[in-house]
Design a protein around this ligand. Structure first.
Ligand SMILES: Nc1nc2c(ncn2[C@@H]2O[C@H](COP(=O)(O)OP(=O)(O)OP(=O)(O)O)[C@@H](O)[C@H]2O)c(=O)[nH]1
Length: 174
């Protein structure tokens, strides 16, 4: 699954492209975000990039109980490199950590992959809510800081923020 975030301007300029509507940020200060959930399945791959090519941020999710979803991440990253905006904010999320007994992808594997590609990483659970708000808050803060570019404010560091705020699943990390 791939989540795409776009700044949503107050009067959106939506463009129909190949059947997909994308919203482009016009004003420098976003007041809201549009969140798109795109299909993660291989058979939709050829149309998915139409949904995320104008996105300002992409949340790349795999399922910690499904090794194939983790193995797909590299292909997604290659795709994103080709089709997404050059300065798109990326975040890798290992979801379903509430299903500890079914876990097949270790946290360390996610961390390693994220490090390889230089993207922030955290494990999440849509079921328990673990780190879900944090993931969106971190992306929102990054996009806000980028669009405001206040010269006297210290630069927001997404990686550092995520490292400081991230919570573990309860079993292994506080
Ligand atoms: N236990 C658990 N189940 C989850 C979690 N997130 C999603 N699910 C379940 O996993 C299944 C698939 O969820 P979807 O949200 O459809 O997955 P998806 O990745 O969007 O699927 P695609 O449309 O193929 O991209 C559903 O049955 C969800 O209820 C989670 O954090 N924990």
């Amino acid at each position: 699954m791939l989540g795409a975030l776009c700044h949503a301007p107050s009067s959106p300029r939506a463009e129909e492209r190949g059947g997909a509507a994308s919203v482009v940020a016009d004003p420098p200060l976003p007041s809201a975000f549009q969140i798109w959930d795109t299909a993660g399945q291989e058979r939709f791959r050829s149309v998915t990039h139409a949904y995320y090519r104008d996105a300002h941020a992409l949340l790349l999710l795999y399922d910690v109980t499904n090794k194939a979803s983790f193995d797909n991440i590299q292909a997604w990253l290659t795709e994103i490199h080709e089709y997404a905006q050059q300065d798109v904010v990326l975040m890798l999320l290992g979801n379903k950590v509430d299903s500890a007994q079914d876990r097949v992808v270790k946290r360390e594997d996610g961390e390693k992959l994220a490090k390889e590609y230089g993207v922030p990483f955290m494990e999440t659970s849509a079921k328990s809510g673990l780190n879900v708000e944090l993931a969106f808050t971190a992306i929102a803060k990054e996009l806000k800081h980028r669009s405001m570019k206040l010269p006297n404010e210290p630069k927001f560091k997404l990686h550092d923020y995520v490292k400081k705020e991230v919570r573990g699943s309860g079993c292994c990390r506080s």
